[in-house]
Design a protein around this ligand. Structure first.
Ligand code: TXA
Ligand code: MG
Length: 421
């Protein structure tokens, strides 16, 4: 299957025939499209229809709730998240009958995975590029499509705990307890691998990283494929992770077999990677689930040093010190006031500022909300990256909760020329 615009799953120019139910500004601006369509309705977090005013919506993002009978998992309700109303409308156009079109898309994609093809799919963190983890030829194609070096191991994704059979060995009580508390969700566990998993998946390691994603499309897809699914983030190696189907399309169209569209990712940065096979349990990559959540289960938990020292073997190759990077150099600064007059800069802001900037400004949050910042960060970096700017400027967030994980990504995305560590 090629990835022309028309053949991305479920994409079709079907007419939307239903009746408008929403109101207010949104209604007036998009009366022709904002419908209650079958089982899909538009609402905004914290508000019920009718809607009032559009500013609030644009800041907080849009959510679509849909009733979808997911094949192969027990979940029917689903919420899709979007950053802009245009993305909502494009999604509605693509899936005018989501209860029919989305399960169909998932079935087709699961068939592709089962036959060794590469399928990009949404998870709650970022989009993954999936292949059957038990099919070495398929896994090889992941590395080729991403131009990823084979020393960087992949995470194996599962839909239910039975799929750990043939993937992991020595699944102990700690692993089981963590899985019960945090799965499905953005936590990856590094444990002993079953010899059935090929060295290519784990980059020759005796360990394997496993995760059960929370996104119901992802889980349904994995369950229907009947395979554990190896999936790195669906971007070219070293570049910014994708948080929408369009992002995947930009970098990987023509290199992979299909993209499953599930809107924008709600967490927005990659999962926490937690090693249970090191001397003491260690967070190898920080994420939404942090020390605070994990310490009650693992009192001796440590945070691994995050920057690889030149030449030393890395515990997790994703710890390479340049990663997640936009093409425009990014600089982390303490004080933004020196950058107000430069028209050629892109500024990432985490809260309203009394400064006024002549460059391009994007708010990753207006109210210093780190969860919102995580959701928006990669999208903002990609948007600024397309504007032909000289440099991007950002400030670190407070090092708490997901802020620590955001700072980790900012540090790695930052240009190594000027950043002091
Ligand atoms: O949220 C996520 O984890 C996303 C979604 C798609 O699930 N996936 C993701 O995959 O970020 P990737 O390949 O971009 O990053 C996987 C990270 C890398 O840092 C890799 O080195 C580490 O996990 N990793 C994988 N297997 C490992 C292992 N056996 N031991 C230590 N680290 C491992
Ligand atoms: Mg990645």
């Amino acid at each position: 299957m090629s990835l022309s615009e028309e053949s991305v799953f479920g994409y079709s120019k079907m007419m939307i025939s239903s009746v408008v139910t929403t109101s207010g500004v949104l209604y007036r601006q998009h009366a022709d499209l904002l419908h209650e369509i079958g089982d899909l309705r538009v609402y905004v977090k914290g508000q019920t229809i009718p809607l009032h005013g559009i500013d609030y919506h644009l800041e907080d993002g849009f959510r679509l709730s849909a009733n979808i009978p997911y094949p192969a998992i027990v979940s029917s309700g689903s919420t899709f998240f979007f950053h802009t109303i245009e993305e909502v409308l494009a999604f509605i156009r693509r899936f005018p009958h989501p209860a029919v079109h989305i399960p169909k898309m998932i079935r087709e994609a699961a068939g592709l995975l089962a036959s060794g093809k590469l399928v990009a799919f949404p998870t709650e963190t970022v989009y993954g590029l999936g292949a059957d983890a038990t099919n070495v030829e398929a896994v090889k194609r992941i590395f080729t499509a991403k131009e990823r070096p084979t020393f960087d191991p992949l995470i194996v994704h599962i839909a239910h705990l039975e799929q750990l059979n043939g993937v992991v060995l020595d699944w102990d009580d700690r692993a089981q307890t963590l899985a019960e508390h945090f799965w499905p969700g953005p936590l990856t566990l590094v444990v002993k691998k079953d010899p059935a998993i090929d060295d290519l998946v784990t980059a020759g390691s005796w360990t394997v990283a496993v995760r059960m994603p929370a996104n119901p499309i992802a889980r349904s897809l994995i369950a229907l494929s009947g395979k554990p699914i190896a999936a790195p983030s669906a971007n070219l190696f070293g570049q910014t992770s994708p948080t929408s189907a369009a992002h995947v399309h930009e970098q990987l169209a023509g290199r992979i077999d299909a993209i499953v569209d599930g809107g924008s990712c709600t967490v927005g940065i990659e999962s926490t990677v937690l090693s249970l096979v090191s001397e003491v349990p260690a967070i190898l990559r920080p994420g939404k689930i942090g020390m605070k959540e994990l310490l009650p289960f693992l009192p001796d938990l440590v945070l691994s040093p995050q920057i690889g020292v030149g030449g030393a073997p890395l515990e997790s190759p994703g710890l390479l010190d340049t990663h997640y990077a936009p093409k425009t150099p990014l600089f982390l600064v303490e004080d933004l006031s020196a950058y107000t007059r430069r028209k050629d800069l892109g500024i990432l802001l985490f809260e309203e500022s009394s400064l006024s900037f002549e460059g391009e400004v994007i708010f990753i949050s207006r109210k210093a909300d780190p969860l919102e910042a995580a959701r928006t960060l990669y999208r903002a970096m990609r948007t600024l990256d397309q504007k032909g700017l000289t440099a991007l400027i950002a400030k670190r967030l407070p090092d708490e909760g997901i802020g620590l994980a955001i700072n980790n990504r900012l540090e790695k995305a930052a240009s190594k020329d000027l950043v002091k560590r």
